[in-house]
Structures are given as C-alpha cells and as structure tokens.
Write a protein that binds this ligand. Structure first.
Ligand code: DHB
Ligand code: FE
Length: 284
C-alpha cells in the first residue's frame, strides 16, 4: 500500500522564485530566507518520496473568474509552469502521477468531497516556488507531483475545518492505493500577509508562531480558526494558511497513530510582503 511518510509546509512568495531564477539568492536580503531551507534540501534528498501531493493555490493563472473550483486535483501526466506576466519561470516541467491522482479523486469524491478533475493546467508560483525552495535548481524535479489547487483567492473560500477533514480523506485515499509508494503531502502558501488596501504589508509574527505551535501539537484547534480571524489577524492573503491544514489532516496521528516528529521549523520576516514559515513533520 502507499504511505504518507511526511508533510512539508512552506510559504510561496513569487519574489523568492525570481531571486533564484535571477541568481540573487546570495544577496544579503535573501540569504537568511534560503538558509532556512538548507536543512530541508538535504532532508528531501535523504527522504526522497515517489510522489509529492502538493496542496497549493493558483493565482488566477490556470483559473480565472470564468471558473472557480474550490478543490481541483491535477490528473495529467505533466504540467507546464505558467506565464505569470513576465514569462514562465525557467524551471522543469512538473511530471504528474495520473494513476494515483485518479485513485485519490475516486476515493475522496466517494468520501463526500467535491473535487474538480483537471486534465490540463499550468502551474504558477504557488506550486513552483515551494518546489524550488525544497529542491534548489535541478534539471528535473526529483519525483512525480500531484497538484491539488485550493481556491483561497476568490470568495467564498473553504473553511480551515473543511480543509483539515479533506486532509484526513486524502490520507485514507493514499493508504488504499495498491502500490508501495512513498508519498509526501505538502501544504503551501501563507503565512501572514496582505497585498492590497490600507493594511497592505501587514505581518503578524505572534499569530504566525501561534499557528505553527497549534499546527504541530493541536491541529484541531488550528482547524477551528474561523475564516474571518485569518483575515483580521493574518491579513487578506493569510487565508492561504488553510492549505496547511489539508496536509496536517493527512498525518497519521489524525487516524490514531503517534504524533508527528518535528524535523525542522523555520520562520523569517519578511520576504517581499510575506512572513515566511516552514515546517517538516515526519510520521513516526
Ligand atoms: C506575495 C505573496 C504571495 O503569496 C503572492 O501570491 C504574491 C505576492 C508577496 O509577498 O509579494
Ligand atoms: Fe500567494
């Protein structure tokens, strides 16, 4: 059977991708950000999965106001980096896993979650920046990736509670797949940030660190945070954090197993307009 061995959580700021792509990662502004991922790059080499189930949000690149799926699973064999206005990032194509993605779609829909099945889509910085942070700049990404897009851009957005329950359903789906695959689940986006309006530039270290504490030790409490509290406390784009709850819900302790081990924790303010948070949790 396939297993979820670990979950990874990270912010996805587009300027991080640009810093890497333009060779600026050693500049004093960026150095402390990338330093927080030195451990993680080695960890990923030492703990290479067969598949990453990557929970992220699209920023009106693959989807638009024409069509707004709340939860969309990428079932294609490959996904091309999106053109976000200044050309696609010069990163490898993302190779999917149609068989596992199809199985997860079947299982999760039968567990009463409505997923949109997407057989063709481009992937933006929401997906490629976490891959770059964790993998550096390889010729090819180290494994297959199943993109799982959550709408946190256009209201109404899903609650943290629903995202957490969805994660539990994804775990059951993965663990009923009849092939011994090592699967990691990544929850991306966040932490606190607001990109527009009078509060543009808002960052809330206290909220973020409390969220990290809760996510590790009491994820049900994090899942109970109502949508409006993210907006008030973590800024309008802080709502991206609900995607971390999908990954956390998929960890073994939520199905009667032991609590996860914290392999790595990192927090840095700011990167562009955003608080960068990062966690690696391993299933014992
Ligand atoms: C920034 C952060 C985001 O999450 C995003 O999607 C775009 C920009 C920023 O901090 O600049
Ligand atoms: Fe974003």
């Amino acid at each position: 059977m396939a297993r979820i061995t670990a979950s990874v959580y990270t912010s996805h700021v587009p300027a991080i991708g640009a810093a890497l792509d333009l060779g600026k990662s050693n500049e004093p502004y960026w150095q402390p950000v990338f330093k927080g991922y030195d451990f993680s790059k080695q960890w990923l080499k030492d703990n290479k999965p067969d598949v990453i189930f990557l929970v992220y949000n699209d920023h009106a690149n693959a989807f638009s106001l024409d069509m707004i799926p709340t939860f969309a699973i990428g079932t294609a064999a490959e996904f091309t980096p999106a053109d976000e206005g200044w050309g696609p990032r010069p990163v490898p194509k993302v190779m999917g896993h149609p068989e596992l993605a199809g199985h997860i779609a079947q299982s999760v829909i039968q567990q009463d979650f409505d997923l949109t099945i997407v057989n063709k889509m481009d992937v933006d910085h929401g997906l490629t920046v976490p891959l770059s942070l964790m993998c550096g700049q390889p010729q090819a990404w180290p494994c297959a990736v199943i993109p799982f897009a959550v709408n946190v851009v256009q209201y109404p957005v899903p609650s943290g509670r629903r995202c957490f329950e969805l994660g539990k359903a994804i775990r059951r789906a993965v663990e009923s797949y009849d092939e011994p695959l090592n699967v990691q689940i990544w929850g991306t986006g966040g932490m606190s940030h607001q990109l527009q309006g009078p509060r543009a530039g808002l960052i809330n270290k206290e909220f973020d660190n409390d969220f990290l504490d809760k996510l590790i030790a009491d994820p049900a409490a994090a899942a109970a945070i109502p949508h409006i509290d993210y907006v008030r406390e973590a800024g309008s784009e802080g709502i991206e954090l609900v995607m971390w709850l999908v990954a956390r819900g998929a960890m073994g302790d939520q199905a009667g197993g032991k609590p996860p081990k914290v392999a790595h924790r990192f927090y840095h303010v700011p990167a562009s307009n955003t608080a960068v948070g990062h966690l690696i949790l391993e299933n014992p």
